[in-house]
Design a binder for this molecule. Structure first.
Ligand code: ADP
Ligand code: NA
Length: 328
């Protein structure tokens, strides 16, 4: 029987991904390519909702793809492609926009948060229709499963509603996607502000996959820890130490309980020194492989073109079905 199709992607909004992206997403992508027919996209159209220099965007798109591959996404198993190389994404977005209520789109909490921060003059309509483009990404490929974190749940719900609405009005056309809930996915916090999620917007609280290993080690060693000295997992009382234990456990395979017992009687300094080595041991080779891939952009572009060629017929067939159904 055919493997269920799965779609996921990241925006090329920075050169480097961080260890939250790696442990929260990429590690799972690499596992899921064994049991799913996986499609992994660098969603560059989504990245246009903020002002970005064209050359910078091009560079970030390649860098993001290189990090997918360097982390272990295998283009022989999964399709890896750049969203804008498949124009059907933008075309389906228009059709789905015409099925989306203005009020419905206005209720998306991510839009409300981001537009409140940017103000109405600083907010473009692309930010508003972003979840509809995301629905198109998923529905184009008849994806049965979409791995989603908490922050994307409402957007996936919109994708499901749009699929059901279209099917109800025009007849069975789209697969209604289900969330793929990842058990025990690491949620990584900012190293300098461990009560907040590690995010590319935090200047020094990230561990970046493309950073120099010396910088990486220093970031780990200067992570904020908590008062007291006991190495114990307690997110409420000891968010800093708990975050370090989560990262440690996710990278090294030892359970948190095992780590607590191994570090019994030792200090925060010991924990951070060892963790810095573990992090550099995992991130270092990813950085090397990504750097190698980026040193040969023609080969990287060839891999991405091949990925687009693999998925384009699926997208084109879906769009043809949709156009036919709606009378275009
Ligand atoms: P950011 O939060 O840095 O803007 P994105 O929203 O682009 O990152 O996230 C890309 C992927 O990485 C998503 O699947 C997201 O769930 C995951 N991710 C991002 N930050 C973290 C984190 N701190 N811990 C775990 N997973 C994360
Ligand atoms: Na985010």
């Amino acid at each position: 029987t055919a493997r269920p199709r799965l779609f996921s992607g990241m925006q090329p909004t920075q050169d480097s991904l961080h260890i939250g992206n790696y442990l929260g997403a990429l590690v799972n992508w690499v596992q899921m390519q064994e049991s799913f027919n996986a499609i992994y996209s660098v969603v560059d159209l989504h990245a246009l909702t903020v002002d970005v220099d064209p050359d910078v965007l091009r560079q970030r798109t390649r860098a993001t793809a290189a990090q997918y591959l360097a982390a272990g996404v295998d283009p022989a198993k999964s399709a890896v492609f750049v969203q804008s190389h498949v124009p059907e994404h933008a075309e389906l977005t228009w059709i789905l926009s015409c099925l989306t209520g203005f009020g419905e789109a206005s209720r998306m909490t991510q839009f409300k948060d981001k537009s409140a921060k940017r103000g109405s003059e600083g907010t473009n309509v692309g930010l508003f229709t972003y979840p509809i483009l995301m629905a198109a990404d998923i529905l184009l490929y008849d994806a049965a499963k979409v791995p989603v974190g908490e922050d994307q749940r409402q957007h996936l719900e919109l994708s499901r509603n749009l699929a059901q609405r279209f099917n109800g009005r025009y007849g069975e056309t789209f697969v209604v996607p289900e969330p793929h809930i990842l058990e025990a996915t690491a949620k990584i916090q900012d190293l300098q502000n461990p009560t907040a999620k590690m995010s590319k917007t935090s200047p020094t609280g990230t561990i970046d996959l493309l950073a120099d290993p010396k910088v990486t080690a220093k970031r780990v060693r200067s992570a904020v820890t908590d008062t007291g000295r006991e190495i114990r997992f307690d997110e409420a009382e000891k968010p800093g130490v708990s975050n370090l234990l989560s990262i440690y456990s996710a990278l090294d395979g030892r359970s948190i309980e095992q780590l607590e017992s191994d570090y019994d009687g030792k200090g925060y300094g010991d924990l951070k020194k060892d963790l810095a080595e573990v992090v550099v041991g995992v991130v270092g080779p990813i950085r090397e492989r990504a750097t190698e891939l980026l040193s040969d952009p023609a080969e990287l572009d060839r891999i991405l073109a091949e990925g687009a060629e693999r998925v384009r017929p699926i997208a084109a067939a879906t769009l043809a079905r949709v156009y036919d159904r709606v009378g275009l």
